[in-house]
Design a protein around this ligand. Structure first.
Ligand code: TXA
Ligand code: MG
Length: 349
């Protein structure tokens, strides 16, 4: 299959490109598109054959459900059985935006899309290109992140091309992605809303709107062996080729320890990498040293994390060390992805 790559400026959307992309989806094909979180790999959410194609293109296990993307509120009722009061409050506050909500599904949503579950995860993105594309595609687009299973989610069209070239009909290149980590997922089917995957919309932000919110206990506890509620969170995602370790503790001690570990790795002839911050970048000497951004602006760290992990792969880094990003708010999402990329290896100093 030849994959067409089309550039698209979100401030000047080309309706003929959208019509063509929409046609591909309605015909059962696949199109990758930008959203505010990461690039998505879209297919018709109500067509079981399309969902099967998505799993095949990603090399993803088919028990891992897909998120259904909509572009307007009125379409929600067709795919979800009921909208609990707290869900309504959350939607009013955060949709459109980087937040996915899990509801009970209607019969219109095929089990192929939900991985056999009776619930469906719904997202209403705010990226103008995503909205125009979903509308052109008929209103219901199933889309996981547009990476091969096990690789970091793509934050640039180049990465989508790397993973999806010749596997799908079209890639809409919308340039840089602002957030860079996947949407927050919140389950509203129980009494207390539960975060299944942390993201840009934080626990604190949700609590301001609906009161108590819980977090799936498996998310940040490194030693937790219980099964996460979002099936996708069970797989080892975001795995770089390098052995990555997080070093956590006081800033100076962390820098000293990373320097010591780098010397040891170099003595073994390994290619080394470091993930640090603008504040500490001068402290390290490795083959590839990358600042994820400034500690004064955690959103910069979230936006560059996946790009750095891909760069380590491209540079054949074998052993890498990262500073830790502990704290409230968006840090929960950053650490969740980083801890997975590190295969849960954290050194406390
Ligand atoms: O930001 C995002 O959400 C991106 C963009 C493209 O919208 N999409 C994305 O999709 O990250 P994906 O497939 O990579 O991750 C979907 C996650 C998986 O962990 C999956 O298990 C979980 O959502 N999920 C989907 N449906 C679910 C459901 N009914 N109940 C619980 N978890 C669900
Ligand atoms: Mg994904």
């Amino acid at each position: 299959m030849i994959t067409r790559v089309v550039k698209q400026n979100e401030n000047n959307i080309d309706s003929s490109v959208m019509a063509e992309a929409g046609r591909i989806i309605k015909d059962g094909g696949l199109v990758a598109f930008p959203t505010e979180t990461v690039y998505g790999l879209g297919g018709d959410a109500l067509n079981p054959e399309s969902s099967k194609k998505i799993y095949a293109a990603k090399g993803r296990p088919s028990d891992n459900p897909l998120i259904v993307h909509i572009y307007r509120f009125e379409d929600l009722r067709r795919i979800v059985k009921n909208v609990p009061e707290k869900a309504q409050k959350i939607m009013d506050a955060f949709w459109p935006g980087p937040l996915t909500i899990v509801f009970e599904k209607t019969d219109e949503v095929p089990y192929e899309t939900t991985g056999g579950l009776d619930t469906v995860a719904v997202r209403f993105p705010i990226h103008p290109t995503a909205m125009a594309f979903i509308e052109a595609a008929g209103g219901f687009v199933a889309a996981p992140s547009a990476n091969l299973s096990g690789r970091p989610s793509p934050t640039l069209a180049e990465y989508v091309i790397e993973d999806m070239d010749s596997r799908i009909e079209m890639i809409i290149d919308g340039g840089d992605i602002p957030i860079g980590l996947e949407s927050t997922i919140v389950d509203v089917t129980g009494e207390i809303p539960m975060i299944l995957r942390p993201g840009f919309v934080t626990k604190e932000m949700l609590e301001e709107v609906v009161g108590e919110v819980s977090v799936d206990p498996t998310i940040l506890d490194v030693n937790c062996t219980a099964r996460p509620k979002a099936p996708g969170m069970r797989y080892r995602h975001y795995a770089p080729k390098a052995d990555l370790m997080i070093v956590r503790g006081d800033e100076d001690r962390v820098a000293d320890e990373i320097r010591r570990l780098l010397s040891a790795a170099k003595a073994e002839g390994k290619r080394t990498g470091v993930i640090c911050t603008d504040e500490t970048i001068g402290k390290f000497d490795a083959d590839v040293v990358r600042s994820a951004g400034s500690r004064a602006d955690m959103s910069s760290v979230g936006a560059s994390l996946y790009r750095i992990l891909r760069e380590f792969d491209d540079e054949n880094v074998e052993v890498a060390f990262s500073e830790s990003f502990d704290g409230d708010g968006f840090c929960m999402a950053i650490m969740n992805r980083l801890v997975k990329a590190a295969g849960h290896r954290i050194l406390e100093v």
